[in-house]
Design a binder for this molecule. Structure first.
Ligand code: C5J
Length: 220
């Protein structure tokens, strides 16, 4: 067993039953011209996640532990995008509109793809998800069951949206979720802080919060 220093308490995990999940590290969220920017966000705020998450990804690769990447997006015909999502708000471009990286948040377009710094290699799982949570309308649960996973290191963007939704979904399904704070990010620093606080409050009601240094010290 491996002890990860974390809040609200240190946690012991069996690394053989632990997967790293990278949520939506896509150009559409991290780069100018993508979905995140169409919503009015300063996408540069997410860049600081890449280096620490890259170190965690390298450690998981060298230990040959399971790695799962997710991508939020929709089929080109938008048949998996509910009108309530398509019509939401007043973005500068809507999901499916053409943008500088292809159609916004559409599978197969450059903007929908994962950033090169964290690009999956052979053997890593890529889950395409139409929603915010990685379990909704995806094969994630069966991927985890097949690999006998009990613990998830949940990272990516954005903290209070897709990371948080996934942690909540996973927690209800019985997974222990550990979130390294510097490996996830938000366009809203106050939401990032609040999202992490919510996870670890009340004795860790949704999971545990650590950071890349403590995680790497534990698993190296
Ligand atoms: C958002 C996500 N923020 N990946 N998606 O719309 O968090």
């Amino acid at each position: 067993m491996t002890t990860v220093k974390a809040e609200p308490a240190d946690i012991e995990i069996d690394l053989k039953r632990t997967a790293l999940v990278l949520i939506d590290m896509q150009r559409d969220f991290l780069l100018p011209g993508g979905f995140g920017e169409t919503l009015g966000n300063d996408v540069s705020l997410l860049g600081k996640v890449v280096a620490p998450l890259g170190r965690v990804l390298s450690a998981f690769r060298s230990l040959q532990l399971p790695i799962i990447h997710t991508r939020e997006g929709h089929k080109p015909d938008l048949s998996d995008a509910p009108p309530a999502k398509l019509e939401r708000g007043t973005p500068s471009k809507r999901i499916g509109d053409p943008g500088p990286m292809g159609r916004i948040l559409i599978r197969g377009e450059a903007g929908h793809d994962l950033i090169p710094e964290l690009y999956p290699i052979a053997g890593e799982v890529v889950i395409d998800k139409p929603g915010k949570g990685a379990f909704y309308a995806t094969e994630l649960q069966s991927v985890l069951v097949d690999r006998e996973i009990e613990n998830l290191i949940v990272t990516g963007v954005t903290t209070e949206v897709c990371v948080h939704t996934t942690v909540r979904e996973a927690n209800d399904r019985g997974y222990r979720c550990i979130v390294p704070a510097d490996c996830c990010g938000s366009y809203f620093p106050e939401f990032h802080a609040a999202g992490l606080a919510m996870i670890k409050a009340q004795g860790g009601i949704f999971g545990w919060v650590t950071d890349s240094s403590r995680l790497l010290a534990a698993i190296s």
